[in-house]
Design a protein around this ligand. Structure first.
Ligand SMILES: [Zn+2]
Length: 320
């Protein structure tokens, strides 16, 4: 939003009462926007935080508690790859003290927003830093999602989230050192919850004899590596593209030949292709979500991971 350009435009107009009042208001906004962020928020005001994904919002809220006011740019129903920003997203970034993203080339759509926000003082945290990455080459040869630095879906492994929570804690302390002890305590508590969840879910996976799945897009290598699932193929190599007839034929052949029982479909993507595969082969479709909020009861990260593991275990135990 360029107030100064608007003021210049209004200055060229005749000074009616209404125009004068708008100009007064705009001058006030310009003055407010020049005051450094730290002076605008009193000690009692929660820190305005913006995150790209709803999963990050949940994690920042877990660590920040009542000291943060968090908004996520995408909802659970949009793809993390192909989101089209809304005008209000720019406003959210302009008013934030910290922006959390995953990085690794995932949220390419947020970069123009950050540029246009014109906020040189915005603290941008890449939460994937220090996370051990699974490279594209570890996936099936023709199923590489085109991320040069490694697959970006790191949050689907709770062990990686322990590292992400450290970044969140450190950045909140940097912005708001007064509440350091709260952030340290909340982060420690959340890490404990992550560990308990992981132990509990690993126990549920243990009894499975068949852990093979076909996934909708390459979102699941970290999830599979942590819980012992085996990804035999992906329907989409990139979100936004459709599989070719040749790819469909090879998937059908793979499912039949290896007797694969379960396809993981995702609510953010087109359901048509998994349905065709199910009709052709009798494979069972199970809907899991890589991001929180799309499936009822999965707004919190811990619930999302529990849902994904338990639903998949149930499907692999009892295929059609
Ligand atoms: Zn993805």
């Amino acid at each position: 939003m360029n107030f100064i350009a608007l003021i210049l435009y209004l200055s060229s107009m005749q000074n009616s009462g209404v125009v004068m009042r708008i100009k007064g208001l705009l001058f006030l906004l310009v003055i407010i926007s020049q005051i450094p962020f730290a002076f605008r928020t009193g000690a009692a005001e929660p820190i305005p935080v913006v995150t790209t994904l709803p999963v990050l919002k949940d994690l920042v809220e877990a660590v920040g508690g009542s000291h943060v006011q968090v908004s996520a740019l995408i909802s659970g129903f949009e793809s993390e790859h192909t989101y089209t920003p809304k005008p209000s997203d720019l406003f959210s970034i302009q008013n934030a003290a910290i922006l959390f993203k995953i990085g690794l080339g995932l949220e390419t759509w947020v970069n123009p927003l950050i540029e246009n926000a014109g906020r040189s003082d915005l603290l941008i945290i890449i939460s994937s830093e220090d996370v051990p990455l699974i490279q594209g080459k570890d996936l099936h040869a023709d199923d590489i999602e085109h991320h040069a630095e490694g697959n970006p879906h790191i949050w689907l492994d709770p062990s990686n989230v322990r590292i992400m929570v450290q970044h969140i804690k450190n950045s909140l302390i940097r912005i708001d050192p007064t509440h350091e002890s709260d952030y340290v305590e909340n982060a420690a508590q959340y890490r404990h919850q992550l560990e308990t969840l992981e132990t509990d879910l690993l126990e549920k996976v243990k009894g499975l004899t068949d852990k093979r799945i076909i996934t909708h897009h390459p979102a699941w290598p970290y999830f599979a590596a942590r819980f012992g699932f085996v990804i035999k193929g992906n329907i989409l190599t990139q979100v936004g593209s459709e599989p070719s007839a040749k790819k469909m034929a090879s998937l059908i052949q793979l499912i039949k030949k290896e007797n694969i029982q379960v396809i993981v479909s995702e609510p953010q993507l087109n359901q048509k292709i998994p349905m065709i595969l199910a009709e052709e082969t009798g494979v069972h479709i199970v809907s899991l979500s890589p991001i929180s909020g799309a499936i009822s009861g999965t707004d919190r990260y811990l619930d999302l991971i529990r849902y994904n593991v338990e639903t998949l275990v149930a499907a692999l135990e009892k295929p059609n």
